[in-house]
Ligand binder design. Structure first.
Ligand code: TXA
Ligand code: MG
Length: 326
């Protein structure tokens, strides 16, 4: 449905090429909604500088609250017009941009990201994505693009254009199809604020790699009192099925999300995130397999134990949220 009226929008699904990306840039500049691939998940983009455009994101997603959104820009120079980068933020930007890292920094005096996209905070979340379609779209839009994951609120994040269409057809102007996303989980969010450097959300860049650049451990928001990333609501990534995590065996009737070929001889639907036990492969398959298992109508999905280290932290985080009671 068009958030502004009862009539649904005619959503155009386009293969991402130079012509469709140029057109998508015009749609964004005119205040419309464009879903596009990044290397993590598909994003639901709007002109971050326009409160009216950003409001359409919340309506299309049916997001209950005005969570702050990530502003996507093409490069560090554009990022520095929006936010203030101290030495640690700069070191992380140089090490991981373009890529699956979001930095929350104090808003610069020249910040153009709307109050609505920042949820009234005096900080701003910025990411420079690596995906060539996202890069080309940001250059075509020539302004920061606010983009949460392109799913309806409470659903699993989309890693294929078909997932986006399933959730948002009739609610967005355009969907750019760039094939399946490579990383498969959202960006790691690190806050570099006067209070220190904290990990707000584990994601596509493993904590260990960030700590290696910083030369010290990251603190967690849990140890810091109030959570400053409201997107970290417990049941954010929600399939209909109930998830049983760290399963040591499979009960009759349970669907299975396996890792490393632990469960053989399963009767119900079963997917292995990575038969060889590769965490990057597992992250890239996670959301598509959750959607596929959910679509079988299974009531319970038994999930094999996932290692804690590296990208395992982000995978376990998303599984924990998906398993949270609601
Ligand atoms: O990989 C990703 O990050 C994807 C792709 C599309 O780029 N985007 C994404 O956006 O996951 P979203 O809106 O689902 O997540 C944004 C997160 C939320 O948890 C939000 O609370 C946090 O960023 N955030 C945004 N601005 C913030 C701020 N100023 N302070 C603290 N947290 C902030
Ligand atoms: Mg999301």
């Amino acid at each position: 449905m068009n958030p502004d009226s009862a009539a649904p929008l005619a959503t155009r699904l386009c293969r991402a090429d130079a012509a469709s990306i140029a057109e998508a840039g015009e749609v964004l500049r005119a205040g419309g909604l464009v879903a596009f691939p990044t290397e993590t998940v598909y994003g639901l983009g709007a002109d971050a500088t326009s409160g009216a455009a950003v409001a359409k994101i919340y309506a299309a997603k049916e997001r209950p609250q005005f969570n702050p959104l990530i502003a996507h820009v093409a490069d560090l120079a554009a990022a520095q017009r929006e936010g203030l980068f101290g030495p640690e933020a700069l070191a992380l930007a140089h090490a991981f941009w373009p890529g699956p890292l979001t930095l929350v920094v104090p808003a610069a005096p020249t910040c153009s990201v709307s109050d609505l996209a920042r949820a009234g905070l005096d900080s701003v979340a910025i990411r420079v994505p690596a995906h060539p379609v996202a890069q080309a779209l940001l250059r075509a839009a020539a302004r920061p693009v606010a983009a949460p994951s392109a799913n309806r609120s409470g659903r699993v994040s989309p890693t294929h254009a078909a997932h986006v269409m399933g959730d948002l057809e009739g609610r967005v102007n355009m969907v750019l199809d760039g094939g399946p996303t490579e990383v498969g989980v959202e960006s790691t969010i690190v806050a570099c604020l006067p209070g220190g450097v904290t990990l707000l959300r584990p994601g596509g860049i493993a904590r260990e790699r960030i700590e290696a650049v910083l030369g010290h451990k990251l603190s967690s928001p849990a140890a810091q009192g109030p959570v400053t990333a409201p997107g970290m609501l417990a049941s954010h990534y929600a399939p209909n099925a109930r998830l049983r995590l760290d399963a040591q065996s499979v009960e009759p009737g349970e669907a299975v999300l396996d890792f490393g070929g632990r469960f053989t001889d399963v009767q119900a639907a079963s997917f292995d995130l990575s038969p060889s036990g590769d965490l990057a492969e597992a992250a890239s398959q996670l959301f598509a397999f959750l959607r596929a298992l959910d679509a079988t109508g299974a009531e319970v999905i038994a999930v094999a134990p996932i290692p804690h280290e590296g990208l395992g932290e982000a995978i376990r985080d998303r599984l924990r949220r998906a398993a949270a009671p609601r």
